[in-house]
Design a binder for this molecule. Structure first.
Ligand code: SF4
Length: 213
């Protein structure tokens, strides 16, 4: 990346991290995915139970490989051969794991997280689940405010996920949300986390790379 653009991105990340801290989040910036992986590893106690929300970012950063290394008790929703009911069981176990890891659809420069789920398992874990929630977010998901966060979900995050999941929805044809009533719709609940009650329960790692959707 061009040095000047990188500097603006770095400043935006620092400003966003500071706003998150003022809203009771723990927040830290990583230069790249390698540094983010190191930070995440240092945040998780070995032998603890861990679970993840659906996330392209976690895979891109190498966090799924870390969790499968044997150092943790990993409730792996992506393990081969799981039935639908076994996956649902893992989603329920995830709510009481020691750590929950996921990304966020958007992070606002005024220090909030915004997410839209289909099942709701990810937002449920984020708002009232494990004692420790670690959220890893590429700089591409930083937006000005909640209005822009909602637009980001409608025009980037949700259509991209619908394409990834081969859903039969209008957004997979146009790349844009049509607020559909489709049976394949992946957008069911939208949650803004504005100021968690428990300080630093939610730990946000902002990464200076484009990651996920
Ligand atoms: S509401 Fe429907 S059209 Fe809009 S992003 Fe979600 S799945 Fe796509």
């Amino acid at each position: 990346m061009d040095r000047n653009k990188y500097e603006v991105m770095r400043l935006t990340m620092e400003r966003t991290a500071e706003a998150l801290r003022k809203n009771n989040f723990y927040a830290v910036c990583a230069e790249n995915r390698e540094e983010a992986l190191e930070i995440v590893e240092n945040l998780i106690d070995e032998n603890s139970s861990v679970a993840v929300g659906g996330s392209v970012t976690l895979s891109e950063v190498g966090i799924l490989d870390l969790l499968r290394s044997g150092k943790y008790i990993f409730y792996d929703r992506y393990a081969e051969g799981l039935t639908r009911s076994e996956i649902e069981n893992i989603h329920h176990k995830a709510l009481s794991a020691d750590y929950y890891l996921c990304s966020s659809n958007a992070v606002t420069e005024d220090g909030m997280l915004y997410n839209v789920d289909g099942n709701g398992n990810r937002v449920a874990a984020m708002i009232y689940g494990p004692e420790n929630v670690i959220v890893v977010v590429g700089f591409n998901k930083i937006v000005t405010d909640i209005d822009e966060a909602k637009m980001r979900v409608k025009n980037i995050a949700a259509p991209s996920n619908a394409v990834r999941l081969s859903r039969n929805t209008p957004c997979t044809l146009t790349g844009k949300c049509a607020d559909c009533k489709s049976a394949d719709r992946i957008c069911a609940v939208g949650v803004t986390i504005s100021r968690p009650m428990r300080p630093e329960r939610i730990k946000v790692v902002l990464v200076g790379e484009e990651l996920g959707y």
